[in-house]
Ligand binder design. Structure first.
Ligand code: ADP
Ligand code: MG
Length: 476
């Protein structure tokens, strides 16, 4: 087991009780907050965002590996987004059976036909990893997925380092307190948005955050909004409804919503089928895609982040297509791939089915969905695969090796939750930000990290799903 804060500290019930109180107040003081479930659209009552009492250990080498490969992932996503032949081939089987991906793909085809109206591209993503424990006790960095759409917690994770520093100081662990890393993804993400806004070149045009109807996690976004306001960049929150009712394009394809010109559309909504509550919301999405506004992400980048594309990338020779003259980059990216397997019809897919049913505990079955809680494990995996294995329905899924990280001990703090030492698993994310104009990469950076930790009992689910909590790495 990896080392971190000693077990005797966590087992000291009186100390833990005191620290938990200090911790919750520190979280509120530093703005690690969420609205409460009962009133998700009001800031009258808020609570702390769930987090760990202590930072969790993360091996130094793999941590740096995740940060270092990030700019290559940015480049990869950006190149995939521009390769319409690749996207068509990769997603062909998926769109035959998955309506949501098919709908997105249709928008992509339409934009391709009409020609893009904007050459400025803004990409904000988060590549997520788990550390697979090897037989010799060392761990290797394996990508879970890359989120190219609405990757969250860049805001709150900019404030959690100070919370853990404070808790550790109060606990008398000065050395660990001082070794908590600085982290400020909010500033980096905002810098990229600001760059795109500047390149768009209209002082009055707004950055539009397209937000969900239910907004519990609003503070996470406010950090980025406020960074933009500090630069005097007008930033407004709008819903699909606003775009449906008032969105229009002028003769230059400029986008106007509620009478204001939009320079950048930052999608924090629109990644799940349920987000499109009516035909009008789909029309609104198409309107925004067609417009001159910079989209984060544009439709090609959205598709580049699908799980099917992730699986196809793991096939031999595919990464080389995107980095024909950069074998070192290919190697660096490929080193982070877990085993990924197709479920397309044919002998290869049949083999995948057989392999998964023979040892379901070794794999994860994933549909083309985002937001947590959609993946299938163990007996559920077997059950669903038995149902779909004989039909084309199976092409809506991909199969992935299950990653087995070393469990760590921690105490999870969440509203009204028990204070108990829990066996936990962590997931490390790296935030990427890039801006391109035409062929010019104007910015390409790794702008920070995110550590999330959950009880080992839970196979799936992130912070928003109520399973994982925010954490900080303690490099070991
Ligand atoms: P989503 O897009 O719904 O967030 P993910 O692929 O990120 O889907 O999976 C959700 C969660 O399921 C992850 O945060 C992780 O905890 C768990 N998970 C996903 N893939 C694996 C895997 N290959 N091995 C172990 N756990 C996994
Ligand atoms: Mg995810």
């Amino acid at each position: 087991m990896a080392e971190g804060i000693p077990k005797e500290v966590m087992m000291d019930a009186a100390l833990v009780k005191e620290l938990a109180e200090v911790a919750k107040d520190a979280a509120l003081l530093h703005g690690v907050q969420m609205r409460i479930q009962e009133t998700p659209n009001s800031s009258e009552l808020v609570t702390y965002a769930p987090f760990t009492l202590f930072p969790s250990p993360v091996p130094k080498a793999v941590f740096h590996q995740a940060l270092e490969v990030q700019t290559h992932y940015n480049t990869l996503v950006d190149r995939i987004s521009q390769d319409s032949d690749f996207l068509r081939e990769a997603l062909e089987s998926t769109i035959a059976v998955d309506d949501f991906t098919a709908r997105l793909f249709k928008i992509h085809q339409q934009i391709l036909k009409e020609g893009k109206s904007q050459s400025i591209v803004l990409g904000l993503n988060r590549s997520d990893y788990m550390l697979d424990q090897k037989a010799d006790g060392s761990s290797s960095l394996k990508q879970i997925e890359i989120n190219t759409f609405a990757a969250s917690f860049g805001g709150l994770s900019s404030r959690t380092p100070d919370v853990h520093r404070h808790i550790l100081r109060v606990a008398g662990r000065l050395e660990e307190s001082q070794s908590i890393l600085d982290n400020n993804p909010a500033a980096g993400l905002a810098r990229a948005v600001a760059k795109a806004w500047e390149l768009y070149g209209s002082d009055k045009a707004i950055v539009m955050f397209l937000v969900e109807d239910t907004q519990r996690n609003i503070f996470d976004q406010r950090y980025i909004e406020n960074e933009l306001w500090k630069r005097n960049i007008p930033t407004k929150r709008k819903r699909f409804e606003n775009v449906c009712k008032t969105g229009k394009l002028d003769q230059k394809q400029r986008l106007f919503v509620d009478g204001e010109e939009v320079a950048v559309v930052y999608f924090r909504n629109g990644y799940m089928p349920q987000n499109y509550t009516s035909e009008q919301s789909w029309e609104a999405r198409l309107l925004m895609e067609r417009s001159l506004a910079v989209k984060c992400p544009d439709i090609g980048t959205h598709l580049a982040g699908t799980k099917k594309v992730q699986q196809v990338l793991a096939r031999p020779g595919i990464l080389e297509r995107f980095f024909p003259e950069e074998p070192m980059v290919v190697e660096q990216i490929r080193a982070t791939f877990a085993g990924l397997y197709t479920l397309d019809m044919g002998p290869e897919g049949d083999k995948t089915v057989e392999m998964a049913l023979a040892s379901p505990g070794q794999f994860v079955l994933k549909p083309q969905r985002e937001g947590g809680g959609n993946n299938l494990y163990d007996s559920e995996l077997s059950q669903v695969l038995e149902e779909v294995k004989g039909s084309t329905e199976r092409m809506a899924y991909i199969l992935m090796d299950k990653i087995h990280p070393a469990p760590v001990q921690n105490i999870l703090l969440r509203r009204d939750g028990p204070l108990e030492v829990t066996s936990c698993l962590s997931e490390l994310g790296a935030f990427g930000a890039y801006v391109r104009r035409g062929k010019d990469m104007v910015m390409n950076e790794c702008v920070g990290h995110l550590l999330r930790t959950k009880s080992s009992e839970h196979a799936d689910g992130g912070v928003a799903a109520g399973v994982a909590v925010l954490d900080n790495p303690l490099l070991v």
